[in-house]
Design a protein around this ligand. Structure first.
Ligand SMILES: [Zn+2]
Length: 152
């Protein structure tokens, strides 16, 4: 099975091509409706690491939902989680290139591309150099992300 067909298959199974609005809070019922899942599936997602805010009832951040599904898509595609992380010299942590705003520019070498992300905490630009194949994979994994182009 190719990565692409595995992705398509998984995506159907997981209903993970639906996107949450980054800056919205969702109740359990909202999440169930958005992804057309059962209450059991939501419980499984929480067990699998989906974060929530305990505000009497559970609330889910749109950004957490999207990040959770990015991670699941990576897992489903058999991609190591670290492959699309970029080391940040600003905050000394790493950031995921699968979420939020990234920019791509050609590298100095043919077939090499620079993927940049601005550190949300320090404003420092973190770069990762990838080959064409990695860039394709990155874009496929990001393709359902509306990013910052969607006005709120
Ligand atoms: Zn940083």
């Amino acid at each position: 099975m190719t990565v692409a067909s595995a992705l398509r298959k998984k995506r159907r199974n997981l209903q993970s091509d639906r996107k949450a609005n980054l800056h919205q809070l969702y109740s359990s019922d909202d999440v169930i409706k958005l992804y057309e899942i059962s209450r059991n599936t939501l419980t499984n997602w929480i067990a699998d690491g989906l974060p929530f805010i305990d505000a009497g009832s559970r609330l889910f951040r749109g950004s957490d939902l999207n990040a959770f599904h990015s991670r699941r898509r990576l897992k489903a595609a058999g991609e190591p989680l670290g492959r699309f992380l970029v080391n940040c010299f600003g905050c000394k942590r790493s950031h995921s290139l699968l979420e939020g705003d990234v920019s791509v520019s050609p590298g100095r070498t043919d077939g090499i591309f620079r993927v940049s992300k601005i550190c949300p905490d320090t404003g420092v630009r973190a770069n990762r150099f990838v080959c064409r194949e990695e860039l394709d994979t990155l874009q496929r994994l990001r393709e359902t992300d509306p990013g910052s182009k969607t006005p709120d």
